[in-house]
Design a protein around this ligand. Structure first.
Ligand SMILES: C[S@@+](CC[C@H](N)C(=O)[O-])C[C@H]1O[C@@H](n2cnc3c(N)ncnc32)[C@H](O)[C@@H]1O
Length: 206
């Protein structure tokens, strides 16, 4: 597969970025790990022996972090369209999450007991047309929400990335119907000029 060359401005800003440097030193594959870490330190997402589903997992820093915080018997099922280097305790599914077969593969790997935690850092490929990008992002979020009905065990949690814009308020309302608590998080590693933020929905079905 041919790789697109990153532009010079992006490379320069990455080199200056505190979280990029931290990730390199700590052998994490992406600065995104610090978003998850900050939310986890505040909200205590990970516990020993849980089953975690990581949607949009590549290059893999969230899966690395999850694998380090679920004890010896925990499991991670990770999915991405892009391939990902193996990680201990992580079962990787290569494919498009919007494809029903891929979603079913995840459900099979989760097993009858259900998952304790779904984390989604997925973002659709951007077209640059804001309304289209926002609609695609919300469509993906709704699929994740539907997946939670099949995947999460009662009491399970969902952490999902959203982009500020049309549909996010309604989406939070939808989550409130099925989760006991819904909160918003904007971790320090999430750039101020980015519309991204995270919603944490806790205690599914309780
Ligand atoms: C911001 S990156 C995730 C970074 C990851 N959390 C980490 O820590 O390394 C978003 C990922 O979502 C994936 N993605 C977007 N749409 C997807 C889809 N429909 N199915 C599977 N993966 C998807 C992209 O390929 C990309 O790797």
């Amino acid at each position: 597969m041919s790789k697109k060359k990153p532009n010079k401005q992006w490379v320069q800003s990455q080199n200056k970025d505190y979280f990029v440097k931290q990730a390199r030193q700590s052998h994490y594959r992406s600065r995104a790990v610090y978003k998850l870490q900050e939310i986890d330190q505040k909200d205590k997402l990970f516990k020993p022996d849980i089953c975690v589903v990581d949607l949009g997992s590549a290059p893999g820093s969230w899966s690395q972090y999850a694998s380090e915080h679920i004890g010896a018997n925990g499991r991670v099922i990770a999915v991405d369209i892009l391939s990902m280097e193996p990680i201990e305790k992580v079962k990787f599914v290569l494919g498009d999450f919007t494809d029903e077969h891929i979603e079913n593969q995840c459900i099979d790997h989760i097993g009858e007991q259900g998952a304790d935690l779904v984390i989604s850092d997925m973002a659709p490929n951007l077209t640059g047309i804001r309304t289209t990008d926002q609609a695609r992002s919300m469509a993906l979020a709704e699929l994740v929400y539907e997946f939670c009905h099949n995947a999460l065990k009662p009491g399970g949690d969902l952490l999902i990335k959203l982009f500020e814009g049309a549909g996010t308020r309604e989406f939070r309302q939808l989550l409130k119907e099925h989760f006991a608590k819904v909160v918003t998080r904007k971790p320090s590693a999430s750039r101020d000029n980015s519309r991204e933020f995270y919603v944490l929905a806790r205690s599914y079905g309780l």
